[in-house]
Design a protein around this ligand. Structure first.
Ligand code: AMP
Ligand code: GLY
Length: 420
């Protein structure tokens, strides 16, 4: 089996690492990949959104399956494009990926099919949105409809802040056309959880739930990032809750998409808030989570390639998907200054010095002049498994000091009891 994974982050390195453990004989490719994927796959210098070049490479290497990591190529219709060229692809097609690429679509789906979510109103006129905001109690959440690289959601504490965010999104178009419509939502409170599942459009097989840390500083302070760490499973999560959330949220979503003529295949990600009134969906993503994947796939006991192939054939029900009972913790090592300005090109050492049950997944790294160096804001995710979260966390934290690069910054409280 030849498999090409699109993307170059730690999520994609983790997917490739898990695929590399498959019992099936395989050859792996990454586009564009990073210095970590290079060890287990052939890196191709192709952007995941360059549909034509991806299809050309897939044909040239006679690839049997293309796995799509990030949302942008999904929203651009890469799965449709590849399938029209006769190349099997793992991920939802363009119409199904609307569940992530349009928040207005996702909310109307939830309302129509009774999937619990925050109350909201949708506007394509600034004046109408402003009038509505003037009548709502703060705090509020203002969301740009389209993809905005994870930045299109603003939580505001006052009406003034709400109007400022509204004006930036709708008038200044800071997120471009993604801001031609906005959602104004009630602000929910509770524990946030990422619920992610494999699905072939009929069968739904949930991964153990995970929590991620978006803020850059300890104590969940500072600006949002692409994710500073994650762990799985959350303390309150058990198989009964997993079954309930599958029955009340994931399966109804997959059925709703089928009823709308948008059969959904691939990874379905529901970001949940567990409120006093029960679990509610904050957002959907049409892909694996980052950094959630780094702490979920190490717990998968089954063969990931078998699962992915079964999904592309619509036969997920015929394969086993089983999970380790233990826990997994991942801590991101970032370049100093991230998510603001930072420098790259620093050599990384000690990558082979980590302990047992520890893996290092690469994100912003490159191989140049015979060495591995930093090439991005989030550089590595150091991951460990253990019997419980505390044990896994201990292994991660004791491994990190062996890894060195200039300006390395990480949160020391990821998965610590006080921020769980
Ligand atoms: P999203 O880009 O939709 O994932 O939203 C980013 C983050 O905003 C989520 O992970 C939540 O922490 C937060 N968020 C989104 N919607 C709400 C809401 N209605 N109430 C409270 N927090 C929210
Ligand atoms: N961890 C959030 C995401 O993958 O969107």
């Amino acid at each position: 089996m030849k498999v090409l994974v699109l993307g170059g982050g730690a999520r994609e390195h983790t997917i490739l690492w898990k695929l590399s453990l498959s019992d099936r004989s395989h050859r792996l490719f990454a586009a564009p990949g990073n210095a970590g994927t290079r060890e287990i796959a052939e890196n191709l210098d192709i952007a995941p959104t360059d549909l034509e070049s991806v299809a050309k490479a897939a044909r040239e290497f006679a690839v049997d399956l293309v796995v799509v990591g990030p949302e942008a190529p999904l929203a651009a219709g890469i799965v449709d494009y590849l399938e029209q060229s006769g190349i099997p692809a793992f991920g939802p097609n363009r119409e199904a990926a609307r569940i992530e690429s349009s928040k207005v679509f996702a909310k109307s789906l939830m309302h129509k099919y009774g999937i619990p979510c925050a109350r909201d109103a949708v506007f394509s006129s600034y004046d109408e949105a402003r009038d509505y905001i003037m009548e709502q109690p703060a705090p509020l959440v203002i969301k740009a409809d389209g993809l905005a690289a994870g930045k299109g959601v603003v939580i505001v504490q006052t009406r003034e802040e709400a109007l400022k965010a509204l004006s930036e999104i709708m008038c200044d178009r800071v997120f471009g056309d993604a801001g031609s419509s906005v959602l104004v939502e009630e602000c929910l409170s509770g524990r946030e959880t990422s619920l992610i599942a494999f699905t072939d459009g009929k069968t739904v097989a949930p991964l153990p739930a995970a929590r991620d840390y978006k803020r850059v500083y300890e104590g969940n302070l500072g600006p949002n990032t692409g994710g500073m760490g994650a762990y799985s499973p959350p303390d309150f999560f058990d198989s009964e809750l997993s079954r309930e959330l599958t029955r009340t949220i994931l399966e109804p979503t997959v059925r709703a998409m089928a009823s709308e003529g948008r059969p959904y295949r691939g990874m379905l990600y529901a970001g949940l808030m567990l409120t006093d009134e029960g679990p509610k969906v904050l957002e959907y993503n049409a892909r694996f989570g980052d950094p959630e994947t780094q702490v979920q796939l190490p717990l998968l006991k089954s063969d990931l390639l078998d699962i992915m192939l079964a999904i592309t054939r619509g036969e997920l029900g015929s394969v086993e998907v089983s999970w380790d009972d233990g826990a997994c913790v991942g801590v991101v090592l970032a370049s100093g200054g991230y998510p603001g300005r930072f420098r790259t090109g620093y050599p990384i050492s000690g990558l082979d010095k980590t302990g047992r049950d520890v893996a290092v997944f690469h994100a912003g790294t490159r191989y140049a002049d015979g060495r591995v160096e930093t090439a991005g804001g989030r550089v590595l995710t150091v991951v460990a498994t253990g019997g419980d979260v505390a044990e896994a966390r201990g292994k991660v934290m004791s491994s990190i000091p062996s890894i060195h690069f200039e300006g390395c910054y990480y949160r020391k409280d990821i998965a610590a009891e006080e921020v769980r």
